[in-house]
Design a protein around this ligand. Structure first.
Ligand code: HQG
Length: 183
């Protein structure tokens, strides 16, 4: 299958599984799972999917955005939701330092309010500066912020890591943020 087709399907799945299942009349359970049979059926007017295609998109996805249930009957997004679903993340100890990629145009507001989750459930943090750079570039001229996650953790703030290795937290106050010159 062409990369373009994979990307199109991945974007479609991100949209319905993270943000708007109701756009195709799909139901997610409280943990964010959708029945694959129902997804195929409800997506049909917009996108021709079948089980094999979905399994391929899940297994070859560059960021492992989706997960299949153990019995293979359900699919969900591993992170990035704006929907109020509980994907059962357990708090865990973060590395001493994590990065956040953003754009220069957001910096005044970030310097005032810290990093906020906005429409998503969490602020997303990256393990390395290169990944943060790529995330920031999606929004404009990139800025890489270094986050003192060790200090945040010591002060009782909670961190989670998604099934695809993205670090998540609720809010990063300004005192833990510094601009990085990496990359
Ligand atoms: C910014 C992609 C103003 C924040 C990526 C970001 C990621 C503020 C934007 C995942 C702010 C939100 C998430 C404040 C934060 N004032 N702007 N106080 N605090 N912001 O797309 O982190 O490909 O919701 O810096 O790889 O860019 O979708 O979040 O620029 O892991 O799987 O508000 O999305 O993954 O933008 O990206 P987003 P993000 P996928």
């Amino acid at each position: 299958m062409s990369r373009d087709r994979f990307t199109r399907i991945s974007k479609f799945l991100s949209y319905v599984l993270r943000h708007r299942p109701q756009a195709i009349g799909l139901a997610l359970d409280a943990q964010g799972w959708a029945s694959i049979d129902e997804l195929i059926e409800k997506a049909r007017p917009q996108m021709a999917l079948n089980r094999e295609l979905i399994e391929q998109v899940v297994s070859t996805n560059d960021k492992q955005r989706f997960a299949l249930s153990e019995d293979g009957t359900h699919i969900r997004a591993s992170q990035g939701h704006s929907l109020d679903v509980d994907i059962g993340l357990e708090p865990c100890v973060p590395p001493a330092l994590l990065y956040h990629g953003t754009a220069t145009r957001f910096m005044d507001s970030i310097n005032r309010d810290g990093l906020v989750s906005g429409r998503r459930q969490h602020v997303h943090l990256s393990l390395d500066a290169e990944t943060a750079h790529a995330v920031g570039r999606r929004h404009g001229k990139p800025v890489i912020l270094q986050i003192d996650t060790k200090a945040m953790h010591e002060q009782g703030m909670l961190f989670y890591v998604s099934a695809n290795g993205v670090w998540l937290t609720e809010h990063v106050p300004t005192r833990f943020i510094s601009e990085s010159t990496a990359v």
